[in-house]
Unconditional design. Structure first.
Length: 209
């Protein structure tokens, strides 16, 4: 991924985190922790992302590991599991990502989902402490009734030189399987397609099994 593409994919804070060398190697456990029946959770398709007003979505392949696109909020706070992810992009500046993992039990799945939600909920404060030239604001958009539930958050970041980015993030669970969905582009809270993103999150959780 080029620096130009990465800058479009991440919030301003994410770029700073990656430039500082955020380590992601500890996030991936040995392969084989998927389903005991060998069935992998299904991922979103491009058509299930929030519609873009002037560009279609393109979906990348499903690959192993935790995506660096979520490092700005979750790079150091995610327990090691066998993560898989898919990246999405439009022809302009909007990007999205889904990451999924299967834990060992429903209790472990709940614990992981709660941990991820806490990391996202506290992300804005942590970013401001770590990067004094960034102003960050987080919002909670509520819980969704789908399988064992999902929570939706927003994060707006603004750098001292004026660049502003808006991200939507959600965490959902079906039994022991947990998924995170992220969406981001340049802009502020007013540019965030919250209703459409909630629909995407519901679809993501429904597709886990």
């Amino acid at each position: 991924m080029t620096n130009r593409t990465r800058a479009r994919a991440l919030a301003t804070a994410a770029v700073a985190a990656l430039a500082a060398g955020t380590a992601l190697t500890a996030l991936t456990a040995p392969a084989g922790a998927a389903s005991a029946k060998g069935k992998e959770p299904r991922f979103l398709s491009a058509s299930q992302l929030p519609p873009h007003p002037s560009s279609g979505w393109t979906a990348g392949p499903v690959t192993g590991g935790f995506p660096e696109q979520l490092a700005y909020c979750l790079g150091e706070g995610v327990p090691a599991y066998d993560y898989r992810h898919r990246l999405f992009h439009t022809d302009l500046d909007t990007q999205a990502v889904q990451v999924t993992t299967v834990t060992g039990s429903a209790a472990k799945g709940k614990a992981l989902a709660d941990r991820l939600a806490k990391e996202i909920r506290t992300c804005a404060d942590r970013l401001e402490r770590q990067y004094p030239d960034i102003e960050a604001e987080g919002r909670y958009y509520g819980a969704l009734k789908v399988e064992e539930g999902a929570k939706v958050y927003g994060l707006q970041t603004k750098s001292s030189y004026g660049a502003m980015d808006i991200n939507l993030l959600s965490v959902g669970r079906d039994g022991r399987t947990v998924t995170i969905v992220g969406w981001g582009q340049m802009g502020d809270f007013g540019d965030a397609p919250v209703a459409a993103f909630k629909k995407t999150t519901k679809t993501a959780v429904d597709k886990l099994y």
